[in-house]
Design a binder for this molecule. Structure first.
Ligand code: FAD
Length: 316
């Protein structure tokens, strides 16, 4: 098998060609402009880059990756730059190009019949939640970084968050993906099917791959009809405290809000109990059932086929 040509820095002509794909105003070359993309909020990881590109469409991402593949230039995808392990930051060589997804923020479709929403990967998680909520639905993934992290980033990292026990990781909330592969081809996997047993599950391969297999550009997320504890408590807080223009909560509730809050609080309490029953059923009870139903062999019952010399000494 022949070895793939090594990655190399892009020359000035190649950098110009990259910039032309997104337009000069969306290609950052100066140090000050690039600085926010080259470190993360704790300043624990810093890097250098030849260029920061901000494409606005799947087509532009595809053209960038096609050219990068031709020129053998390394691309570092970056979402909201909230990742805690530095994978969204380029290395110190100064030869890599950061591809920021922050301009890809279109809501492509909200389908109430299938309880799904199809959005660009650069939408922040908080905006995706709001899109679902304004359609009377719930997108339950929630992390402290939700105002900045992007829906593409949470899938690239398979993030968990505060509702993970009830709703699962990001993987459990995505039905389909659109991904641009390293050579610029686009994998169109924006399916809304819940039961899809056709062949290999490429979607699951891309989720959690942190940009190593391709760049996620579009997502079909599950926006469920969620009369759940989580949703009810959010409603309660909104009804009780109201929201300010920035989306934060007013510290002082108006006295009349108690009247509105009472029925919502009652429903929330009911839903909260239902939520715990759901958690119990889905995790605690099922795992204890699993332990009791599987007849796990005791170490003494295992027949070892390895040579006696490497056999671990097990308590008998
Ligand atoms: C305050 C705080 C709380 C957090 N809480 C949690 C938590 O509860 N659970 C949890 O799991 N994480 C948590 N995180 C970590 C972080 O928010 C998540 O990992 C988040 O999913 C990263 O999303 P992002 O858009 O910021 O991605 P980035 O940080 O920009 O990138 C992360 C990785 O994904 C890749 N990537 C980004 N976008 C794409 C794309 N479109 N296509 C392909 N690859 C891409 C990057 O190359 C990088 O490898 C928290 C972080 C902070 C700061």
């Amino acid at each position: 098998m022949s070895e793939a040509p090594k990655l190399q820095p892009a020359g000035p002509a190649a950098l110009d060609a990259f910039a032309r794909i997104v337009g000069e105003e969306h290609a950052i070359r100066d140090e000050a402009g690039m600085a926010p993309y080259l470190t993360e909020w704790r300043d624990r990881y810093q890097g250098k880059a030849a260029l920061v590109l901000k494409p606005a469409s799947t087509d532009e991402v595809a053209k960038i990756l096609q050219l990068a593949n031709e020129k053998r230039v390394a691309i570092v995808p970056q979402g909201g730059n909230t990742g805690l392990v530095g994978a969204q930051i380029p290395d110190e060589s100064g030869s890599q190009i950061v591809l920021s997804m922050q301009r890809m923020t279109h809501v492509r479709d909200v389908d109430l019949a299938s309880n799904t929403m199809t959005v660009d990967a650069g939408l922040t998680l908080a905006t995706a939640q709001q899109v679902a909520e304004s359609a009377g639905r719930l997108f339950p993934l929630s992390l402290a970084s939700e105002g900045s992290c992007q829906i593409g980033g949470v899938l690239a990292t398979n993030a968990g968050g505060v509702a993970v026990l009830t709703y699962g990781n990001a993987r459990d909330l995505a039905l389909g993906l659109e991904v641009v592969l390293a050579d610029g081809r686009v994998w169109h996997g924006l399916k809304r099917l819940r039961k899809d047993n056709t062949g290999y599950d490429l979607r699951d391969l891309f989720i959690g791959s942190e940009g190593t297999l391709g760049i996620i550009t579009g997502i079909v997320g599950i926006a469920g009809a969620g009369l759940t504890a989580f949703y009810m408590f959010r409603l309660f807080f909104r009804a009780f405290y109201g929201t300010d223009p920035e989306g934060g909560y007013h510290p002082e509730p108006h006295p009349t809000r108690w009247i509105m809050a009472f029925p919502v609080l009652t429903l929330a309490a009911l839903a909260f109990s239902a939520g715990w029953i759901q958690i119990w059923n889905s995790s605690v009870a099922s795992s204890s059932r699993l332990y009791s139903e599987c007849s796990m062999p005791r170490p003494a019952d295992i027949t070892w086929t390895s040579p006696a010399s490497v056999r671990p000494s097990l308590p008998r």
